[in-house]
Design a protein around this ligand. Structure first.
Ligand code: SAM
Length: 254
């Protein structure tokens, strides 16, 4: 049975739409991931598709590295596209759901995506469809978040009898999924990075401001306050609190 994830896609789109103005301030991890992704690209492509371009940080890096290349960038949040268009006027932008894209077969040499594919509701079907738009030996370069992301928050929520409500796929699951979609020479890697925030409230604010919403907004105010207090106690690092991100990088070719 094909993998399907139960997300309220319209709610996700609205959150990113609202986050567009402040996204660049709070997307420190995402920027690091984008920089690494661009370094991993093996061959100069003549055409690129950037999935979930947000404010265009990755799009700009791609064009900087490959100034002669035609770049098409897609996002379903119009406010994100507006920022991206201002940042990278030479790219082509499309306001559309990645999972509903209609693409010409074999039309891109590179498909790239940073910090986005964890939001796909039908990752298996969508990837299989996207791979068809890669040219022969076309490259895929993706970066996303793995299930150990925010494990500290998970632990606190578990103690309170709640769940985060975001089912992130492991590098291994993505590898299997990409192989099934027709990608070969797959490299699936995962690494954990620890960040420090002044306290749990600042961490949750930052996550919310970058458009990614997790369960805490669904908790009753008393439970949320208790969760934040526990997080501050359990994960204090002396100068603030620790937050882990698991970064999954995936590459391969058609
Ligand atoms: C965390 S941001 C990453 C933005 C950018 N790639 C970066 O590296 O900064 C995720 C972006 O994906 C977009 N997005 C999520 N799901 C999408 C979908 N199904 N179709 C189109 N865009 C989507 C969101 O609107 C958001 O701008």
């Amino acid at each position: 049975m094909a993998l399907a994830v139960a997300f309220d896609k319209q709610a996700i789109r609205r959150r990113f739409e609202r986050a567009a103005a402040a996204y660049d301030i709070f997307s420190v991890v995402q920027r690091e991931m984008a920089e690494r992704l661009v370094e991993q690209i093996e061959r100069e492509p003549s055409s690129i598709l950037d999935l979930g371009c947000g404010t265009g940080y990755l799009t700009a890096l791609l064009l900087e590295r490959f100034p002669q290349t035609q770049i098409d960038a897609v996002d379903f949040a119009p406010a994100m596209i507006e920022q991206a268009r201002a940042r990278v006027p030479d790219a082509n932008f499309l306001t559309c759901d990645i999972e509903e894209l209609e693409l010409e077969p074999a039309s891109y040499d590179l498909i790239a995506s940073n910090a986005t594919i964890q939001w796909l509701t039908e990752p298996e079907r969508t990837m299989a469809h996207l791979v068809e738009s890669l040219s022969a030996r076309g490259e895929l370069q993706l970066a996303t978040f793995g299930p150990r992301t925010f494990w500290e928050l998970d632990e606190v929520l578990r103690e309170l009898g709640c769940e985060r409500g975001l089912n992130l796929l492991s590098a291994q699951k993505w590898e299997t999924l990409l192989a099934g979609a027709g990608i070969s020479r797959i490299r699936a890697q995962s690494c954990e990075e620890r960040f420090s925030y002044p306290d749990c409230a600042a961490f949750l604010r930052s996550v919310k401001s970058s458009g990614a919403g997790y369960t805490p907004h669904l908790l009753a105010p008393g439970t949320l306050a208790e969760g934040m207090r526990r997080y501050d106690n359990m994960f204090s690092n002396g100068s603030g609190v620790t937050v882990t991100y698991e970064i999954v990088t995936l590459s391969g070719e058609r």
